[in-house]
Design a protein around this ligand. Structure first.
Ligand SMILES: Nc1nc2c(c(=O)[nH]1)N[C@H]1C(S)=C(S)[C@@H](COP(=O)(O)OP(=O)(O)OC[C@H]3O[C@@H](n4cnc5c(=O)[nH]c(N)nc54)[C@H](O)[C@@H]3O)O[C@H]1N2
Ligand SMILES: Nc1nc2c(c(=O)[nH]1)N[C@H]1C(S)=C(S)[C@@H](COP(=O)(O)OP(=O)(O)OC[C@H]3O[C@@H](n4cnc5c(=O)[nH]c(N)nc54)[C@H](O)[C@@H]3O)O[C@H]1N2
Ligand code: SF4
Ligand SMILES: [Mo]
Length: 589
């Protein structure tokens, strides 16, 4: 029997009952520092019982209070915040049925990858790209806006000995380990994609057979002047030509990083980058996320086939809505919004002022759990049954628990709460395994016996649509903050094992303590001078998003969102550095 790591990760490792990673393709018998530490971590920093205002209570008492608070409010004021702490269908998706039956507000789930999904879909009809088997067919790879060497280690393992080109705004670990690297100005990737396509046309290297309207693409890329492209990207004419030549001669697979979608012009960049392989006649010449190519009906699992939320709140707007008093009750599971959402200091303040009633269901004392009015204990993935998918490979895995359960599962919780609220709708009580069979077209009984099965990818057909093409590209102002994965953490997770570090800002100029300032607020951080960083780029590991005073780093991010999938633009510009106080400019290189 097997279980699978359910964390937000490309790889979805599959383990045997001793938690040894299976030697199957593409997991290949190894795992990461988190996978190795899971058994030890399982008993660290755990929420062991329910709490009301910091006092231990029974789960039943906590649920009584939660039901009372819900009854007091209009459904539009109630928001559930759930994200990808655990990618299980029974942990993340199915429990949302309760909230959708009630018709409360829902987020738009836009924080991570929706910008790119929507941008690619406009051209291809689906965002699905290369699967692991397809990776093997390529000899060269362009890694564009992705720290794959850290964030995507099993993908990296398949490509590490092949020819790799990295395009980043800094000398990332992936860039260092690549054969060629191009360091561009932040937010300028759309220009680079235009520059590459322009060269492909100019040199007669384009193969337009896949495109529905090649002339439109040609006219579009020729409407940009070479000087404009060079100035915006910071690359020379010869570098752009070299990249076009590499694309033509090597026909690489392009790995498009999620981080791009959270940058300025990010949706536009992904839209245009995805057209480069199509312009070489390659139908599946990119990889972004395959979650929409596995045939899983996520809407059905969430009950959206029958019910709708009363309103959708953009993840970029949650902080604002809380501040304005439009959201007065928040039920959080599988997410740590104080860490992850833009302007999350507003959540912190509203709870302190008694304007927001916050409930958190989590296995661990996350920063959000620590400030919640009510806390509920959740079992970890090692302690509960689930079905898990990957956004890279195409195995569905039946996760069999290997440790005794602590806390209450998401489904048990949802049904107990429904009971108290006298909500009897049948979709809450539909057998969850049957619901998964319907949503996946997989025989769950067979899956339970086999442990994991491969599903057949679903690809769109027909020509690749050239339009819509991006209209207005903006230029970043002042400093831009950029983020990346750390090898020892998954977003906010694993601090109990690898330490809880305040934000460090790697940059080309400053060393010491100081402030990052935007019109929304400021955070106190430690600057570290790094000679590999270009001026204007402020780099932060996304696992360290609390400042030296414990304030959420995201309180300077603002409310801007992308135009394709409403993804918050986390790579905020217009950042000022306040260095007067304590910052020592002349310290070591
Ligand atoms: N400034 C800035 N902000 C960012 C990012 C950035 O790069 N910069 N990155 C963004 C990205 S890409 C993402 S995906 C988000 C991630 O944002 P989150 O989803 O908030 O991040 P995680 O740390 O993965 O939090 C998941 C929480 O789920 C809990 N959890 C784990 N397993 C279970 C379970 O089985 N049941 C329940 N109930 N809870 C569980 C974990 O303990 C943890 O507290 O952050 C975003 N925010
Ligand atoms: N170890 C580990 N693995 C993870 C995660 C983790 O927290 N830890 N998180 C998971 C999650 S939630 C996600 S979303 C994925 C994210 O995985 P990736 O998409 O690989 O994103 P990051 O790792 O954040 O890498 C972002 C890279 O993009 C660069 N970058 C930033 N802005 C720009 C830009 O404007 N242009 C270009 N060209 N490059 C830019 C950054 O410098 C950085 O090197 O990883 C997943 N895997
Ligand atoms: S975090 Fe990723 S690489 Fe690590 S065990 Fe989980 S799926 Fe595997
Ligand atoms: Mo993410």
């Amino acid at each position: 029997m097997v279980h699978a790591c359910t964390r937000d990760c490309y790889d979805t490792c599959i383990f045997d009952d001793n938690h040894t990673p299976l030697n199957i393709f593409p997991i290949n018998g190894f795992t990461c520092s988190r996978g190795i530490a899971d058994l030890k971590r399982n008993y660290m920093n755990r929420i062991d019982t329910a709490y009301i205002e910091g006092k231990p209570v029974s789960i039943e008492q906590a649920l009584d209070l939660i039901a009372n608070e819900i009854r007091k409010r209009r459904k539009e004021e109630i928001l559930h915040v759930d994200y990808d702490g655990n990618q299980g269908l029974l942990t993340w998706y199915f429990p949302a049925r309760l909230w959708n039956v009630m018709g409360t507000a829902s987020t738009d789930y836009s924080i991570c990858s929706s910008e790119g999904h929507e941008a690619i879909k406009l051209h291809y009809g689906s965002s699905v790209g290369a699967f692991p088997e397809d990776f093997l067919k390529f000899e060269s790879f362009v890694i564009w806006g992705s720290e794959s060497a850290f964030s995507f280690i099993h993908g990296w393992n398949l490509i590490k000995d092949k020819f790799k080109i990295t395009i980043d705004v800094r000398l990332s670990e992936t860039a260092k380990r690549s054969d060629k690297r191009y360091i561009v100005k932040p937010g300028s990737d759309a220009y680079l994609a235009i520059g590459i396509m322009k060269k492909l046309f100019e040199k007669n290297w384009a193969n337009t057979s896949l495109l529905d309207e090649p002339t439109k693409l040609k006219e579009y890329v020729f409407s940009f002047k070479d000087d404009e492209i060079e100035e915006n990207t910071g690359l020379s004419k010869s570098q752009i030509e070299e990249l076009a030549e590499i694309y033509y001669e090597r026909r690489p697979l392009t790995i498009i990083g999620f981080a791009l979608g959270r940058s300025l012009n990010g949706g536009d960049a992904i839209s245009l980058i995805s057209l480069i392989p199509a312009l070489l006649g390659m139908r599946r010449g990119f990889y972004y996320s395959n979650s929409q190519g596995l045939g899983i009906d996520f809407r059905y699992l969430r009950g959206l086939h029958k019910y709708s939320p009363s309103r959708i709140v953009g993840m970029a707007d949650v902080g604002k809505e809380v501040e304005e008093g439009k959201i007065t009750f928040m039920f959080v599971w599988n997410s740590n919004p104080l860490h992850s959402l833009p302007m999350s200091d507003r959540i912190q303040e509203a709870v302190k002022e008694g304007k927001l009633f916050l409930v958190v269901h989590d296995p661990f004392w996350s920063e959000t759990a620590k400030i919640a009015n009510v806390v509920l204990p959740a079992p970890t993935y090692l302690e509960k049954e689930d079905i898990v998918y990957s956004y890279w490979h195409n195995y569905l895995v039946y996760n069999r628990p290997i440790l005794p359960k602590i806390g209450i599962t998401e489904i048990e919780l949802m049904r107990k709460l429904a009971n108290r609220l006298e909500i009897l709708d049948e979709i809450l009580y539909e057998n969850e395994w049957l619901a998964i069979s319907k949503a996946t077209n997989v025989d769950v009984e067979e899956l339970k016996i086999k442990g994991f099965i491969k599903v057949t990818p679903k690809y769109p057909d027909g020509k690749v649509k050239v339009e819509p093409l991006p209209k207005q590209l903006v230029k970043p102002n002042e400093y831009v903050v950029v983020f990346s994965s750390h090898p020892n953490y998954t977003n906010s997770q694993f601090k109990e094992v690898y330490g809880n570090k305040a934000t460090v800002v790697y940059n080309s100029e400053y060393e010491g303590v100081g402030f990052l300032h935007t019109k929304y607020g400021k955070v106190k951080v430690l600057f570290k001078k790094d000679s590999s960083m270009q001026k204007g780029v402020l780099f932060v590991f996304k696992s360290s998003l609390f400042d030296l005073n414990g304030k959420p780093f995201n309180s300077i991010i603002g409310f801007t969102k992308g135009k394709y999938g409403n993804t918050p633009i986390l790579n905020t510009d217009s950042i000022r550095i306040i260095k007067e106080i304590e910052v020592d400019n002349n310290s070591r290189e």
